[in-house]
Design a protein around this ligand. Structure first.
Ligand SMILES: C[S@@+](CC[C@H](N)C(=O)[O-])C[C@H]1O[C@@H](n2cnc3c(N)ncnc32)[C@H](O)[C@@H]1O
Length: 313
């Protein structure tokens, strides 16, 4: 059957591009913004001390385009400055909370294939935050969509329930949480925890900070249903777009670098989710020697001579 989910790829600053979308249009914003002081060679980097204000500068549009029952998932990681973890990420979340976002939960993405290495003061850095925020306490959540097999612990633990195991147990600290093991007899699935183990994707994707599609996949399933609208306002290589389309969610991908917009179009075109972008004319210097015309060779020779001897006045 034809995949009718709508895909839009936009090039520009998401604060500007989003102005063309109606209030409450998106059911989920899932994204990974540029990290502080990272990838300076590739895109604008933001010093840690400016980071809360940088993210807050997207607040007006993110808040406006998110539906009242929508969710905002922010994948981010702090960095070590002078041997110490800089807490700009916590400050960023507090800033967003001060602007009205409810910080519902912190999910942790663990990377089973994180880079090995040796650091005298710390171990391998193998996880990142995924902060789940919403506009109101009553937000959409489809927990059944992320159920996982109950696992064989249940065979033993639920075999002979007796004593306290055979009655409801309410939390003593009055948190409202309770458990009743009897409810799990004959069940095959359980809800997963709030940590996700998803391996990092290999390099050479044409983008320096690609997240694995398994990450947006989990949150898209958890917070949207088929036909809903998903936004990635820092879309990079378009990972969110791939899985959103596969799950039949409409998706808008925005990146302010033309190079990455081109890359995501190519990535999504391979899966037939959009048209392949037109090949850009390779510039004169990139073109194969054999295919250069006489005139082009002449121009190149002039340029080479100018480089060696300087431009004639
Ligand atoms: C961490 S990367 C996202 C990578 C993406 N999750 C993926 O899997 O490929 C952040 C992206 O945000 C883009 N970006 C930075 N500032 C932006 C802005 N104001 N509006 C839109 N995109 C922006 C950068 O060009 C970069 O590609």
């Amino acid at each position: 059957m034809e995949n009718r989910a709508f895909l839009e790829i936009r090039c520009g600053d998401s604060r500007e591009i989003l102005k063309s979308y109606p209030d409450g249009h998106f059911h989920l914003i899932i994204t990974s913004p540029p990290y502080a002081d990272a990838r300076k060679k590739h895109y604008d980097s933001i010093p840690p001390e400016n980071y809360p204000n940088f993210i807050a500068s997207f607040h007006d549009e993110f808040w406006r385009v998110l539906s009242p029952q929508g969710s905002f998932v922010l994948n981010i990681k702090d960095k070590v400055v002078d041997g110490v973890r800089d807490r700009f990420v916590w400050k960023t979340i507090e800033k967003l909370a001060s602007l009205g976002w409810l910080c519902i939960d912190d999910y942790i993405w663990t990377k089973p294939n994180a880079m090995p290495g040796y650091w005298r003061t710390r171990l391998r850095d193998e996880w990142e935050y995924c902060f789940h925020m919403s506009k109101q306490r009553d937000f959409a959540m489809y927990q059944d969509a992320v159920r996982k097999p109950i696992g064989n612990w249940a065979d033993k633990r639920l075999a002979n329930l007796n004593g306290k195991s055979n009655e409801r147990h309410d939390s003593e600290n009055k948190s409202g949480f309770g458990r009743d093991l009897r409810n799990w007899i004959d069940r095959n699935t359980v809800l997963p925890g709030n940590t996700l183990s998803v391996p990092l994707v290999g390099k050479n994707m044409g983008h320096p900070a690609v997240f694995p599609v398994g990450l947006p996949e989990f949150f898209i399933k958890l917070f949207t249903k088929s036909g809903n609208n998903v936004l990635d306002p820092f879309a990079g290589s378009g990972s969110t777009g791939i899985v959103a389309k596969q799950l039949e969610r409409n998706v808008v991908l925005i990146d302010n670098k033309e190079e990455y917009v081109d890359l995501m179009k190519r990535r999504l075109a391979k899966l037939k989710f959009c048209e392949k972008p037109k090949e850009k004319e390779p510039c004169l210097f990139e073109r194969n020697r054999k295919t250069r015309t006489k005139d082009e060779k002449k121009v190149l020779n002039i340029k080479k001579t100018q480089k060696i001897y300087g431009k004639k006045k």
